[in-house]
Design a protein around this ligand. Structure first.
Ligand code: PLP
Length: 440
């Protein structure tokens, strides 16, 4: 069929209005560009699968088919296999979360859990609260249900509780359907919510009767500093999401939600409607991996790999950028959040960056309301250190060209002098305190 015919949609006008609210994922949109050989991708949060012991994984796959093929290839129950849920309970217990398998449902990715939370809780116009910036996939999942998304600014210790309190006072008890937070090495800033704030967040969620959603894909990926206990370990009413994606393999599409039982019953109905059950094959595969290989030793090695890449990125940023550029200092996870002076538009700059061979996620994708114009998310998880250094050098060239141009226009009087509030470090869309340069 000629490609021009593909762009004509005979059903235009018949789709449900909710389709207009669905957001694109910048990461997925960039997939094609990033797969070009000359482009170094700092956009996607894909884990480094090449660090997995693939021979051991292959052995797991072989023995699971030989030993449990009839079950692994069959439909399963909608809660997920008891064996897998028991394994997850053991993992959670190591982290102070004491739950039984019947307080958990398995999902095809925590992304699915986010969608089901939207489906179970949200009417168009309902308010939800999240960090600003936040995970772009969460915005994608929630937006389908047309909520009013309120973002609370962050600093180096995560979501600011003073601003959250102001928001809650304005909204009143049950004034939002839930508060969504990524407390460990947040996507996209890399920032971790402090223990004190975790405690306060729990108090506020009770005071205002608003459920707390704790999304924790990166909790086991700490490269420095002290572990901070999950909120689920302090409060059984928290809705907790975990996943195999960053500690084993996202291709499995296997994750879990731990929540109060009546809430899980709703999520279970969503799962039945969306996919009947989670892949049995993925579950048995994960069971074999987590019980028959030394997965914790493997994870330690993989963490060393990410740690080295994080250092490569932070060092390269410090070498390449002057004081007008700021970035966060993640102690784990996959991401650095970088903010340029306010006259930058990272969406517009993207085409030039791609031409020069580097990709990032423009910051606007991480806000529901157009903020984040001069920021970007940089992922250090996937590329090797030398590629990361090269990518940051390319990015710095693109940025300094634009700065030179801006200064030339300013000198020629072709642009108004910047407002004092728009000077270095005073970005309207991200508080200065989010950033730490050349130090911790
Ligand atoms: C904060 C956050 N939540 C959820 C997900 C989705 O993970 P999963 O692969 O389990 O669907 C991601 C993936 O990057 C993420 O960063």
């Amino acid at each position: 069929m000629p490609s021009s015919r593909l762009t004509f949609d005979a059903w235009e006008g018949t789709y449900a209005p909710r389709m207009d609210h669905l957001r694109h994922s910048a990461v997925r949109d960039l997939f094609a560009a990033v797969s070009r050989p000359n482009v170094i991708g700092l956009s996607g949060g894909s884990p480094d699968i090449s660090s997995l012991p693939l021979d051991e994984v292959a052995e797991c796959a072989r023995s699971m088919i030989l030993e449990e093929g009839p079950k692994a290839l069959q439909y399963g129950g909608s809660d997920g296999r008891i064996q897998m849920r028991e394994i997850v309970c053991e993992m959670l217990a190591e982290n102070g979360i004491d739950v039984s398998p019947d307080e958990m449902i398995l999902l095809a990715g925590s992304q699915m859990g986010l969608d089901f939370l939207g489906r179970a809780f949200l009417q168009p116009g309902d308010t939800i609260i999240c960090e600003g910036p936040t995970y772009l996939g969460a915005l994608q999942a929630f937006s389908a249900y047309e909520p009013n998304i309120v973002c609370v600014e962050m600093d180096q210790d995560g979501m600011r509780m003073d601003l959250l309190e102001e928001t809650l006072e304005r909204l009143g008890p049950r004034g939002a359907k839930f508060i969504y937070t990524i407390p460990n090495f947040q996507n996209p800033t890399g920032v971790t919510l402090s223990l004190e704030r975790r405690r306060r967040l729990i108090e506020l969620s009770h005071e205002y009767e608003i459920p707390l959603v704790e999304d924790d894909p990166y909790g086991r990926l700490r490269y420095e500093g002290e572990h901070v206990p999950p909120m689920k370990s302090m409060d059984p009413s928290v809705i907790y999401l975990g996943t195999t994606s960053k500690i084993f393999a996202p291709g499995l599409r296997l994750a879990w939600m731990v929540a109060p039982k009546p809430m899980l019953a709703h999520v279970n109905l969503c799962l039945q409607g969306a996919g009947l059950c989670v892949s049995s094959l993925s579950q048995v595969m994960a069971e074999y991996y987590f019980t028959r290989t030394d997965w914790k030793a493997t994870l330690e090695k993989i963490k060393d790999v990410y740690h080295e890449r994080r250092d490569a990125m932070l060092d390269a940023l410090a070498e390449s950028f002057g004081p007008e550029v700021e970035w966060s200092w993640p102690k784990g996870g996959f991401f650095v959040w970088l903010t340029l002076p306010p006259y930058f538009d990272t969406d517009q700059m993207m085409s030039v960056a791609l031409e020069r061979g580097v990709a990032y996620v423009p910051g606007r994708n991480c806000f529901p309301d157009g903020r984040g114009k001069s920021s970007m998310r940089l992922a250090f998880c996937y590329e090797k250190p030398e590629k990361i250094r090269e990518a940051i050098a390319r990015l710095s060239d693109v940025v300094s060209d634009r700065m030179d141009l801006y200064r030339a226009f300013l000198a020629a009087g072709a642009l108004p002098e910047p407002e004092p509030s728009a000077q270095i470090g005073a970005h309207h869309d991200a508080p200065k305190t989010l950033f730490v340069r050349n130090g911790r």
